[in-house]
Design a binder for this molecule. Structure first.
Ligand code: FE2
Ligand code: FE2
Length: 285
């Protein structure tokens, strides 16, 4: 549970007022989040959703036909892709593709932020399948959205935030500590607020709130503990490997928190990197 100072609340309102006026495509992400939260979603619903944007549908088909999904024949229609991939994979692919629309402008800095989010999503999904502690698709979505607060801080302060980020990368302090010093509010607080106002599924709200917190708070319901730990560790792995931004890490990567042996880190990084490189170009271009 986050408690805000008066100064933080004022800053938060200022940032959020700029957040909810994002033009055009942010709507797409909002609709995608609603899709994610609908457990009774049908293939027809997703087909309808994709039919609103031809570019989006063709990108979805290109991804479905990539070697990563190992289809033995060419998929020609969205419906075919949805049947073969399954609804959950389709939902997470749609979020991965649409998350780019959250950015008000898209230069090198935003590209790095986005690459980091995708990296954490893909790594979370990999760790979830390895440990069987969470659903891979849900983990992908949570990973993609974990730093959504940074996107909105950057949207609200497009000149100041990239400059501040240079300090974050080279500092031993955490990004949240430096954001607090400069803006009186940090990306976790902004992310939590956005996720509550947009009614994100509870699991995504919890991951946004606890993706930097170890150990997981003892007074919280443990329902989302595993997925929060998975995304936190995936975040560390991505920073260590320089996915998005290379950041100094004060602590070692505690794979034990998700039941893995610390000696397997190198192997995990190797497999994840090859998965990431395979999917990155498809999702980013
Ligand atoms: Fe973060
Ligand atoms: Fe992150």
């Amino acid at each position: 549970m986050l408690i805000y100072t008066l100064q933080a609340m004022e800053k938060l309102e200022e940032i959020l007022s700029k957040t909810f006026d994002i033009p055009s495509h942010s709507n797409v992400v909002f609709k995608v989040i609603k899709l994610l939260d609908n457990e009774y979603l049908s293939i027809r619903d997703i087909e309808d959703f994709l039919s609103y944007d031809k570019g989006f549908a063709s990108k979805f088909l290109r991804i479905a036909n990539s070697p990563f999904y190992g289809m033995t024949r060419k998929i020609k229609t969205v419906k075919e892709a949805l049947v073969l991939l399954g609804i959950n994979t389709a939902k997470s692919l749609i979020l991965a593709t649409s998350s780019r629309y959250l950015y008000k402008r898209f230069g090198d800095f935003e590209q790095s932020l986005w690459e980091h989010s995708l990296g954490v999503g893909i790594c979370s999904s990999f760790l979830a399948s390895l440990t069987k502690l969470a659903e891979p698709e849900e983990s992908l979505c949570c990973g993609i959205l974990h730093d959504i607060g940074k996107v909105f801080l950057n949207n609200a302060m497009p000149d100041d935030y990239p400059k501040l980020y240079k300090r974050i990368i080279n500092s031993e302090k955490s990004s949240a500590e430096i954001e607090n010093e400069i803006f009186a509010v940090n990306h976790v607080e902004v992310g939590v607020e956005v996720s509550m106002r947009w009614n994100f599924p509870e699991v995504i709200q919890k991951v946004i709130e606890y993706h930097h917190q170890a150990p997981y708070p003892y007074d919280e319901d443990t329902e989302h503990k595993n997925i929060c730990n998975i995304v936190r560790i995936a975040n560390h792995i991505c920073h260590k490997l320089g996915i998005g931004f290379k950041k100094y890490l004060p602590n070692s990567i505690d794979l034990e928190d998700i039941g893995l042996d610390s000696s397997s880190l190198e192997e995990i990084e190797k497999i994840f990197l090859s998965q990431f490189n395979e999917q990155k170009d498809l999702l980013i271009n």
